[in-house]
Ligand binder design. Structure first.
Ligand SMILES: [Zn+2]
Length: 449
């Protein structure tokens, strides 16, 4: 089967790169609402051409497209992708214009070439390769969910999945992105942390006052700092009671995988010019720390910071914070505990605004789907797959994993320097080809898991 798959991918590579280029030529910048609806139409056409039954669902933002096709087995593999892209600015830093796709040095350059139009079309190539190897019918069902708001935080996807669990019923999903690590090994992501973003606001007076009155008048900046100081100690321990209640420690296999994963201590030290990591961490402990939740101050606003001095007592102060959360913490529980904590500490005058949240999500490292992905990855790339138990960032994996109760993994067309979100975004044709070969093998083996 693998030989047939590989020769189909090889023979059709050029045509699918052209298909990717055409899709990239259609701008679809969700941040500016530029071309997104036209691009959604293109996705509908493409999926229809490939024999999918396609439904387009309107949202208050950009439409979500679902394409489904049956296979020999009742098992279904779900692909999550998105057709929107990041803004292309600054335009002058592109070697060729972002929406005029160009092939040079073995890569396709365009906004969206990697993220996420290249990923999407490479999967279609995999689908066709498997069909060709099985006389036209897939061994398992395939469902594509292609949304148009990923680059603006996917505000509608979680609700959509919750409301369409019957339609989206499946047995596993491949996330929108993936690829190889800096050493060329296929990297399989097993989880993402959650996040809770909030803003704390305090107002001690209705207007700023002369600092000659500081012996009587309350300063909002001090009040905010005192409140912030109760959240975390210098030992990095978060002091909100119950904050760690639902933290699930990494499993023995997770710890083994983290130990096997390169830690990039020197690279990180140099890149950020950091003298000492938090808690004095070094080596593999830097990897392990991703299983700990964080409380990060994004920024603080209060009072006067211009030239010279202004002897003033600020009446208002605010801070933006984010908490990265690990399984099985939940943003609403943490939000409630933060409120309760500030109240108990005497800061009930501080308001907390909810600015957004994502839940953590993680598949077990020894899930058969993970093993299939790792085994087929090693076959294609000729190097053992790296299973990364947890990524530091957040994405709406939970929106699928939880309501559909399915394992979600990553694999795809990426490498360390795709310049995703930046000028000269590109996908290398070799990576595109390998990703199609890899995903085709997953599709081929998925029915018999
Ligand atoms: Zn992106």
């Amino acid at each position: 089967m693998s030989t047939q798959i590989d020769s189909f991918v090889q023979a059709n590579l050029d045509a699918y790169i052209v298909k990717t280029a055409r899709l990239c030529a259609q701008p679809s910048v969700s941040a500016k609402g530029e071309g997104t609806h036209a691009c959604a139409e293109r996705v509908v056409e493409i999926l229809t051409q490939h024999g999918f039954r396609v439904q387009k669902f309107a949202t208050p933002g950009n439409p979500i497209i679902v394409g489904r096709v049956e296979g020999h087995s009742a098992r279904t593999l779900l692909f999550y992708n998105h057709y929107d892209v990041q803004p292309a600015e600054p335009l002058e830093l592109w070697t060729t214009p972002p929406f005029e796709p160009t092939i040079r040095d073995g890569a396709l350059y365009a906004r969206g070439a990697k993220d996420d139009k290249g990923e999407f079309i490479a999967r279609l190539l995999a689908v066709e390769a498997v069909r060709a190897a099985h006389d036209g019918k897939l061994p398992c069902g395939v469902t594509f969910v292609v949304e148009g708001e990923e680059e603006i935080g996917s505000p509608h996807i979680a609700e959509f999945v919750r409301e369409h669990t019957d339609l989206l019923q499946s047995n596993g999903a491949i996330w929108e992105e993936g690829g190889i690590d800096p050493d060329g090994r296929p990297e399989i992501g097993l989880g993402r942390r959650g996040v809770l973003s909030v803003e704390l606001l305090v107002e001690t007076m209705t207007r700023d006052a002369h600092s000659g009155g500081a012996h009587n008048l309350p300063n909002a900046a001090w009040r905010l700092l005192w409140a912030l100081a109760t959240l975390k100690g210098q030992d990095e321990h978060i002091r909100i009671p119950g904050f760690y209640d639902h933290v699930r420690p990494p499993s023995a296999i997770d710890l083994k995988l983290l130990e096997a994963k390169p830690h990039y201590e020197e690279w990180t030290r140099k890149t950020f010019g950091v003298k000492e990591f938090v808690r004095g961490l070094t080596g593999h402990a830097l990897n392990r720390a991703v299983f700990e939740p964080t409380c990060n101050i994004q920024g603080i606003t209060a009072g006067y910071q211009g030239a010279g001095n202004k002897t003033v007592i600020p009446a208002r102060a605010s801070a933006k914070l984010d908490f990265r959360l690990v399984p099985d913490q939940s943003p609403d529980d943490i939000f409630a505990k933060l409120r309760e904590h500030l109240d108990k500490q005497g800061f009930s005058d501080i308001t907390i605004e909810w600015h957004g949240a994502m839940w953590p999500s993680k598949v077990s490292a020894d899930d058969p789907f993970v093993e299939l992905t790792a085994r087929t990855g090693a076959e294609v790339y000729g190097l053992a797959s790296v299973r990364n138990p947890m990524g530091g960032g957040s994405s709406p994996v939970y929106a699928f994993a939880k309501p559909l109760n399915i394992p979600v993994v990553t694999c795809g067309v990426g490498y360390a320097n795709n310049r995703t979100h930046a000028p000269d975004e590109h996908v290398r044709l070799q990576d595109f080809q390998n990703a199609a070969r890899h995903i085709a093998r997953i599709l081929d083996g998925f029915a018999s898991l």
